[in-house]
Design a protein around this ligand. Structure first.
Ligand SMILES: Nc1ncnc2c1ncn2[C@@H]1O[C@H](COP(=O)(O)OP(=O)(O)OP(=O)(O)O)[C@@H](O)[C@H]1O
Ligand SMILES: [Mg+2]
Length: 361
């Protein structure tokens, strides 16, 4: 697939602070790519630079084969000539205009003839299921409907790429979930290319073909949602994704095997996958999810596994989160509640090497 957007070595700053530091990525036609990361990591700045709303310090941006920014060549094309549309973090509905006028606004700015514009607006409003609301003042709509007006405005003209900056962040939880489904559905129907920004990993994982995880102005890892879920590369990413058990570990000697031995602070040795290690030993971290911990009462285990003591247990739906103390470590496991796992019990725990991952910096 050929790239419709290509960003090379992008650097963007505000005064002395560098917000985006040598970011490079490509987006294929029809692809939904998400920039995911915590507040302040540079997601909005990256998106605004692609849109032409921030002037980068360095790098190159190509959209559909046309360089729209190139520091070396002195190119910086105006935002409205880049063939993009954008849905902002705050969805910016114009309160003094009707729904239809809001959607028509970018078309008017671009000098699209009135009749053509009207057809495009009707089509866009029908797509987001707001055809009956065209003449209503835009402020007399629910949050979700206003959100759909913003989407309709972004797709009303034939745009190559839609840039969406936290488009669902102003909605309450239930509406956010509904709009997420509608957004996915809309993309399936009209197949636009999307660059999407969010700090919400569920949103990123459910909507994206590819995710780029950002940290402090850089892309720390990129991959499909399945790839990133299966193998976050660094401790930062695993923690950001909410992986509960992350411990410092010493990785035993160099080996060409991707399964290595990791020694934790309490002396426990776990066998773990090391996809990013290139056979290196040394100091790293291991991560495993609570659901991956096999738990048995010590008596039943024949002492196979690592022995620890249950410090507390919390019911989560019909499962229990069981916290096990082993030396200085506290391991979180997920299991069916059983009296064997009550506070104070001795338990044996283990993790399959496939479910235990070495994290690298
Ligand atoms: N107009 C500005 N002037 C100065 N610094 C800014 C400006 N906008 C952003 N920054 C700084 O640039 C960095 C990146 O900001 P950015 O808005 O891109 O983050 P973000 O990832 O979109 O965060 P959020 O999830 O909170 O929206 C931050 O350190 C921020 O404080
Ligand atoms: Mg932002």
């Amino acid at each position: 697939m050929s790239a419709i957007v290509s960003v090379e070595d992008l650097v963007v700053g505000y005064g002395d602070t560098t917000a985006v530091e040598r970011v490079s990525f490509t987006v294929a036609a029809g692809e939904h790519v998400t920039l995911l990361g915590p507040s302040g990591c540079g997601k909005t700045t990256t998106l605004r630079a692609v849109a032409g709303l921030e002037r980068p310090h360095d790098g190159r941006i190509v959209i559909d084969g046309v360089p729209v920014y190139d520091r070396g060549a002195g190119i910086n094309i105006a935002p409205e000539k880049r063939g993009l549309s954008m849905v902002f973090q705050s969805y910016a509905i114009w309160p003094h205009m009707s729904v239809a006028d809001n959607v028509a606004f970018p078309l008017r700015v671009r000098g699209v003839p009135r009749k053509l514009a009207r057809t495009a607006v009707e089509r866009a409003l029908a797509l987001v299921d707001l055809a009956d609301f065209a003449d209503r003042p835009a402020t007399r709509l629910s949050g979700g409907q206003q959100q759909r007006v913003a989407l309709a405005r972004a797709i009303a003209f034939e745009t190559k790429v839609v840039l969406l900056d936290e488009p669902l962040s102003n909605l309450d939880a239930q509406l956010r979930l509904q709009m997420r489904g509608e957004l996915a559905d809309l993309r399936r129907r009209i197949g636009f290319t999307a660059i999407y920004v969010t700090h919400d990993q569920e949103e990123a994982f459910s909507l994206s073909d590819r995710i780029m995880v950002m940290r402090s102005g850089r892309i720390e890892q990129q991959g499909t949602p399945a790839e990133i879920h299966a193998a976050p590369r660094t401790r930062f990413i695993a923690a950001f994704l909410g992986v509960r058990n992350i411990f410092a570990a010493d990785i035993a000697g160099a080996s060409s095997d991707t399964v290595v031995e990791a020694r934790l602070a309490d002396g426990t040795v776990l066998r773990a996958r090391d996809p990013w290690g290139d056979g290196r030993g040394g100091h790293a971290a291991v991560a495993f999810r609570p659901g991956a911990v096999h738990l048995e009462a010590v008596a039943a285990s024949g002492r196979a596994g690592n022995i620890g003591t249950v410090t507390r247990s919390l019911l989560v739906g019909d499962m229990a989160q069981i916290f096990i103390c082993s030396g200085p470590l506290e391991i979180c496991a997920l299991a069916r509640p059983r009296s064997d796992f009550a506070k104070g019990s001795s338990v044996a725990w283990r993790v399959d090497p496939d479910d235990c991952l070495v994290l690298r910096e």
